[in-house]
Design a protein around this ligand. Sequence first.
Ligand code: HEC
Ligand code: HEC
Length: 252
Amino acid sequence: MKMSKKSLAIISVFALALSAPAFTADDDDAEDSEVVESQAVEEAADEEVAVETEEQEPEVAEAPETPQTPTSGKDIAAGACAGCHGADGNSIIPNFPSLAGQQEEYLLKQLQEFKAEDGEPAVRHSDAMTPMVAGLSIENMEELAAFYSSQEATPGQASDNENLVAIGKVIYHGGNIENGVPACASCHGPTGKGIPPHYPALAGQHAPYTLMQLDLFNKGERTNDDQVMQQVLTRMSGIEKQAVSAYIQGMR
Ligand code: HEC
Ligand code: HEC
């Protein structure tokens, strides 16, 4: 009891000293400092500092660093993710997905599935994303998902291949009865905003990224979809994949 009170007193001396603008290195000795006024502090300085300087130093040195705010999802996004996904989650690189306005549950699911856990391999594979999620806790992931889903998606740029876009529009909203491709709208919504919690937004996404995902589902290299997208892709032709990707990029 006695000890810890004094330790506290000593720490508060240093805390005061560090926060006092006029305090200089020369005033190192607590007894000389004008800052030191209270009896408890004087007592601590007299009796303890001389005896326990060596033991106390490391503790005291760390004291000013403890009240740091924990790193937020927004800080992580700005530091580690912005280079590829854009500061606000609107990626300007066609192969890197935009995340702004994406469904929160979907984002969290993807972040968890990029990460290998308990010796099990990751459910979704990506050379770019594997190292990105390795150090993230579940709390970090939740904050990142909340951050990106709350950002506003900038409207996608329509592809100038009008014929392709026209074919894509038909497939997106009506599917293709000939080969049994279902309408994308039935799960991803008529405006492409997705339906929480399971169906991601697609509207405005870069066509090259969408096409890449469709190919990954098709080849069985992306398998975190409970077979749903893999089933859809067994029926789609190459031109249909390109067309629907082009249409999605221009959706608002
Ligand atoms: C070096 C570039 C790069 C960096 C940095 C990066 N990502 Fe990614 N991210 C990618 C690529 C590429 C993909 C697509 C992976 C695939 O399916 O092949 C992706 C996919 C994702 C997805 C899935 C999107 C979807 O629509 O399914 C999420 C979520 C994501 N990244 C979040 C993050 C977060 C959070 C960070 C920072 C901690 C981050 N990324 C850092 C390149 C990057
Ligand atoms: C029966 C429901 C269903 C239908 C129909 C469907 N999807 Fe999906 N789609 C899903 C689900 C569920 C996911 C999320 C998988 C996951 O959790 O990773 C998904 C994911 C995707 C993704 C990956 C998104 C990303 O950001 O990486 C793309 C692209 C996609 N769908 C495109 C399409 C297209 C194009 C069509 C129409 C040809 C279509 N989907 C039809 C259910 C569906």
